[in-house]
Design a protein around this ligand. Structure first.
Ligand code: UDP
Length: 447
């Protein structure tokens, strides 16, 4: 395999095939990313497809496939766009030619789906290499970049130098926050589209206590386990139904710092609370474009095994199958609603969807003062921001929110208000129509 694409049909969204004849006269918008499941972009695209559907704009989703070597390379680009380095040295000519070969092949597959007059939105660095091929074939194409950092570094410069050949001057580009736009692109057509959640989705819709209890028992976190095959839980005792819960939900990625959450939780527990910790992430085998997952999960599990038994008893590692996306979403929803405090201790974060999801659920949040999280949460207003390098500060913030219900509730309420005002998918849809307007010279959403 060099590079192919497959159409994605999210379980929860009706296909555009059933749109009326009038709607079918509108050009189709093709969103292209690198995975159908796992991670924020796949999550966003499910919500995006639903919003287009509700607004009667035909939109379809293609996910690319490629060799593991290609995804290892794009993961290196991903880390560099977050400003972090790896141990493999600089990106070289062989990397560029692998990237070009694969994305050129993927573009040929995309062109088998796209009709003249349709438009394309490519997501993240994994797909950007297709842009020149699509534009040369006459397809108006935009790029949406979900990652970035505000701190300049040589690794960031290296990533932009690598991607430069694929950024056409005429191509509109969308970023999550203004400070992610690189200076070289200041003259290009750029816009801001903050990622958003769908309040009606299985991930975010209301769940009552009975639903939450059932879901958590079905995955084995509570007693009364009915083997559902939807998750595996590493624990020495079940989670008590009345325990306070500290939660982080993330991919098993070094930048999410699940290990650091374990350390901060251990430190906060030494100060006297009785809460339990749940670290939940996808089954690493279910995310082909994230080759580091298994290694990071095992490192966290080893750290868990080394905890004193009294603490280990209060820590639960959950891996979730992504094979059934609606079931996965309901489990994440239940975990987030069950949490007393939600943590997102990322070392870097383009824009944390898990943070937005917790905001919607009015949870008190402890999150890192990095990247897009700073545009989601004002510290002391919608949550508490901490320095991710400072375990002590994180432990203290967790302990404060576990102990002070009044502060916790007021932060949670403000978080929900901000989410409703700024980070829901209908707001995102409106911004997309501006992007399509630039792309096709017509206001697709108004037809
Ligand atoms: N997620 C999930 N199951 C998991 C772990 C994460 O459904 O086991 C979802 C999570 O709820 C969120 C997305 O994946 O919607 C992660 O997005 P985020 O922006 O937080 O991080 P990313 O993975 O894109 O870096």
């Amino acid at each position: 395999m060099t590079g192919t694409v497959n159409e994605v049909f999210p379980d929860s969204v009706e296909t555009t095939a059933s749109l009326s004849a009038a709607a079918s006269e509108i050009p189709t918008v093709w969103h292209v990313n690198s995975t159908a499941r796992g991670g924020g972009v796949a999550e966003l695209l499910v919500a995006t497809m639903g919003a287009h559907r509700r607004n009667r704009v035909p939109a379809r989703w293609l996910a690319t496939e490629a060799d593991p070597e290609f995804f290892a390379l794009t993961k290196r680009l991903h880390h560099r766009l977050h400003g972090s380095v790896d141990s493999f040295g600089r990106l070289g000519a062989a990397d560029s030619s692998r990237y070009e070969r694969t994305t050129e092949s993927q573009a040929r597959h995309v062109l088998q789906y796209v009709e003249p007059g349709d438009i394309c939105v490519l997501h993240d660095p994994q797909t950007l290499g297709m842009a020149p091929h699509l534009i040369d074939a006459g397809i108006p194409t935009a790029w949406r970049c979900h990652i970035g950092t505000t701190t300049s570094s040589s690794s960031l410069d290296e990533a932009w130098l690598f991607l430069q050949p694929y950024l056409r001057q005429s191509m509109p580009c969308a970023f999550s926050v203004p400070s992610y736009i690189p200076p070289d692109m200041a003259a290009m057509s750029t816009m801001i589209i903050p990622p958003a959640i769908d309040p009606h989705s299985a991930k975010n819709q209301f769940l009552g206590t009975g639903d939450i209890d059932r879901i958590l028992a079905d995955i084995g976190l509570y007693d009364g386990f009915v083997a559902s095959g939807l998750a595996a839980v590493q624990q020495i005792e079940h989670l008590p139904r009345n325990a306070q819960v500290v939660l982080q939900v993330s991919r098993w990625d070094p930048l999410k710092d699940m290990r650091g959450v374990l350390d901060a939780f251990a430190l906060s527990a030494s100060r006297g609370h009785e809460a339990h910790l749940v670290l939940a992430g996808p089954d690493p085998q279910d995310i082909p474009d994230d080759p580091e997952g298994a290694e990071i999960y095992h490192a966290v599990r080893t750290a868990w095994e080394e905890l004193p038994v009294e603490l280990r008893r209060r820590c639960h590692l959950v891996t979730l199958s992504l094979k059934n996306s609606v079931a996965n979403a309901r489990i994440v929803n239940a975990l987030q609603r069950r949490a007393t405090v939600v943590v997102q201790k990322s070392l870097q974060e383009g824009f944390g969807l898990t943070v937005t999801e917790a905001m919607w659920k009015a949870k008190p949040i402890v999150a890192s003062r990095v990247g897009g999280i700073r545009s989601q949460i004002r510290s002391g207003v919608e949550g508490l921001l901490i320095d991710p390098a400072d375990i002590d500060e994180c432990a203290e913030a967790i302990a404060v929110l576990l102990a002070d219900d009044t502060v916790a509730r007021s932060l949670g309420r403000a978080a929900r208000r901000r989410c409703r005002d700024e980070f829901v998918v209908d707001k995102e849809f409106a911004r997309y129509t501006e992007l399509y307007d630039v792309l096709s010279g017509q206001y697709v959403g108004s037809r």
